[in-house]
Design a binder for this molecule. Structure first.
Ligand SMILES: *[C@@H]1O[C@H](CO)[C@@H](O)[C@H](O)[C@H]1NC(C)=O
Ligand SMILES: *[C@@H]1O[C@H](CO)[C@@H](O)[C@H](O)[C@H]1NC(C)=O
Ligand SMILES: *[C@@H]1O[C@H](CO)[C@@H](O)[C@H](O)[C@H]1NC(C)=O
Ligand SMILES: *[C@@H]1O[C@H](CO)[C@@H](O)[C@H](O)[C@H]1NC(C)=O
Length: 324
């Protein structure tokens, strides 16, 4: 995506705001004229304010796309996380238990992890020629995709023994999530796929867009309350996506987590990746590749408006990997 295509749209509000026409200078010697002038000025001020409010309303509801809400985050709790886990898939499975998929050749795995201690309770290694990616749980089955291949694996959630492998129709395997009925998949492009959980065939797809810009590099996915949340690779942003039309409903900015770890001397950490949602207790968990911590976070909607910075913070050029 060329930098030029990311130009901020003109801010309608600041252009449209009506300004009072210059007033004739008050030359009257009468108090009566003075006070009526003051009243007129007050009335004019009210009109300006009301016009301003109604033009904001129009901007938000009639003429503009609904502006996606921006959220910052607050850490509710910190938990230990295996600093050797190159997190590529994460999900919450109840009873303070997470499942995690990790990447890197010779080191990839699917694992069951205790939330509170970070302890790996069960681990199934992948064949060393596979690089683990997204993971999701539907019923008793864990689905995992792998990087630079169209091969995926299905495991039994109870003992991580492999049921079977599958071939998918995405360009690559990056992220997986489920609403309990269908699988959602990402392949590092701007496409969000809908995949049938039995046939593993793609039956729907949406191009994810933010104000007309494609959101490339969609990575780890999570289904949260009717939305699909996606880590955007090489950013500290999570896009909240409408699975109906691919539009970005909101952005979550998490730069303070990685920056906090770096400041604390964690130099070896990689990017933010991994979102898990506890739909019962409404808890959001996030971590990153080789992060020593996993965080429970809370979202805070930003009050002030964001002007253009989201494009720089959260959108990236399409990423092209060289096949090893
Ligand atoms: C919940 O996890 C604990 C600790 O791993 C385990 O002992 C217990 O059996 C689990 N309960 C259920 C209902 O799975
Ligand atoms: C790993 O996968 C490769 C490619 O599919 C295959 O050739 C090899 O035999 C597998 N190794 C093991 C130990 O299963
Ligand atoms: C894993 O658990 C399933 C039941 O959920 C069982 O059928 C299967 O034999 C188990 N596999 C192993 C290797 O224990
Ligand atoms: C997938 O499963 C088939 C049939 O069980 C097996 O022949 C093949 O080697 C498997 N492929 C991988 C990549 O594990």
């Amino acid at each position: 995506m060329a930098g030029g295509s990311l130009k901020k749209r003109p801010n309608k509000r600041s252009n449209d705001k009506p300004y009072p026409s210059p007033m004739p200078s008050p030359t009257s010697r009468f108090n009566y004229r003075k006070s009526s002038l003051i009243i007129s000025l007050l009335l004019l001020a009210c009109v300006v304010v009301l016009l301003g409010i109604s033009s904001n309303r129009w901007d938000n509801f009639a003429f503009d796309d609904p502006t996606p809400q921006i959220y910052t985050i607050e850490v509710v709790s910190e938990f230990p996380h295996d600093p050797k886990a190159f997190t590529q898939g994460l999900l919450y499975a109840g009873n303070d238990t997470l499942f995690e998929s990790t990447g890197l050749y010779q080191e990839s795995s699917v694992r069951k992890v205790a939330l509170r201690t970070g302890k790996v309770e069960n681990l199934q290694k992948l064949n060393g020629s596979y690089f683990g990616e997204g993971l999701t749980l539907l019923g008793e089955r864990l689905f995992q995709v792998t990087w630079l291949t169209k091969t995926g694996f299905i495991y039994d959630r109870n003992n991580l023994s492999k049921f079977e492998n599958f071939t998918h129709q995405m360009q690559d395997g990056w992220g997986l999530a489920t609403d309990g009925k269908v699988l959602f998949g990402s392949d590092g492009t701007s496409t969000l796929y809908q995949i049938h959980p039995q046939t593993l065939k793609v039956f729907g797809k949406q191009v994810v867009k933010f104000k007309g810009h494609e959101v490339h590099n969609l990575n780890e996915l999570e289904f949260v309350n009717g939305e699909v949340w996606a880590n955007v690779f090489q950013t500290d942003c999570i896009a909240r996506i409408s699975p109906k039309d691919g539009s970005v409903l909101g952005w979550i900015l998490l730069h303070n987590l990685r920056e906090g770890l770096m400041t604390a001397g964690e130099r070896a950490i990689d990017v933010l990746n991994g979102i898990a949602w506890d739909s019962v207790k409404k808890r959001i968990f996030v971590t990153g590749k080789l992060w020593p911590k996993l965080y429970e976070i809370k979202l805070n909607p930003m009050k002030k408006q964001f002007h253009g910075a989201i494009e720089q913070l959260c959108l990236r050029m399409p990423f092209h990997f060289r096949t090893p």
